[in-house]
Design a protein around this ligand. Structure first.
Ligand code: MN
Ligand code: MN
Length: 276
């Protein structure tokens, strides 16, 4: 059940209309790193989440993102000012003509799109994605801060930016509680998952913790070592629970790296002798 409180999470103040900045702020209303995206992403993840504690966090943060969406929208409406006062050469004239207020687009007028919402149903993957989404939101607010001198607007943006930092922290901490689970299970346990391939060769080949230590095998000339394309599959350990079953056979691809099965198609329980 949802209930709307008319008080906003933070009081939005605007000194004077500034349609140019109203246009820029649209990026966080209907853009790919904006508040609606965040609210929809966390809410969508929450309804599919069967970990009650993380589900609670996702719901809390989704609700707050909707509050941010409201604040940003109100701020845009005030910054746009009276539509009959908007200059004819205002680049986001569509805002004045279509809605007289915020429109569900990014700053360039591209409509909000559900593909901005990243949801996989794998909690480890989703929380990592959310932590990064918060960084992107923070980054855009930092850039927006450079584009306005309105003290009230700057205050609101600093508040939002700080909240995205708080969300980033919560998501990062939550990830720590599910280390080794979901897509993080059996992470880096094969030869190839520990290999660094130096495939851009020449001046400036750099070394760092991304390609040395931590059990990393640095391959200076992977094509020489393997004598051609790497043979995928030779390094696979037995299938564990949650992986594709041992009977699964991929015989639909016209790719020499996937060898054709000699055993015939996999059997399905109840259809041990499939008709062809
Ligand atoms: Mn937000
Ligand atoms: Mn956030």
């Amino acid at each position: 059940m949802f209930k709307h409180f008319k008080d906003m999470e933070y009081t939005v103040r605007v000194d004077r209309p500034d349609p140019r900045f109203a246009n820029l702020l649209l990026e966080q209303f209907g853009g790919p790193h904006g508040e609606l995206k965040a609210a929809m992403q966390y809410f969508t993840q929450a309804v599919g989440c069967n970990d009650p504690k993380i589900r609670d966090m996702l719901q809390d943060i989704a609700a707050e993102e909707l509050s941010h969406f409201e604040m940003v929208g109100e701020c845009i409406a005030m910054l746009l000012g009276p539509t009959d006062k908007v200059s004819r050469d205002f680049p986001a004239i569509h805002m004045a003509i279509l809605t007289g207020g915020p429109i569900l687009t990014n700053a360039m007028g591209i409509p909000w799109n559900a593909s901005y919402v990243e949801t996989t149903g794998d909690l480890y993957c989703d929380l990592a994605s959310n932590a990064t989404a918060e960084l992107r939101a923070k980054l855009i607010y930092e850039r927006l801060l450079q584009q306005t001198d309105d003290p009230g607007v700057k205050d609101m943006i600093r508040f939002l930016l700080s909240r995205e930092e708080a969300h980033n922290f919560s998501f990062m901490q939550a990830i720590e509680t599910i280390k080794g689970q979901y897509v993080d299970a059996n992470f880096r346990d094969s030869e190839f998952s520990k290999m660094y391939a130096n495939l851009s060769t020449g001046m400036g080949d750099a070394r760092g913790p991304w390609n040395q230590g931590h059990g990393i095998q640095y391959e200076d000339n992977p094509q020489e070592k393997y004598g051609g394309p790497v043979e995928y599959g030779q390094d696979r350990s037995p299938d564990g629970p949650g992986e594709i079953g041992p009977d699964y056979q991929d015989n639909q691809r016209n790719n020499p790296q996937f060898t054709q099965s000699e055993q015939g198609p996999a059997t399905v329980p109840g259809q041990e002798n499939p008709m062809h």
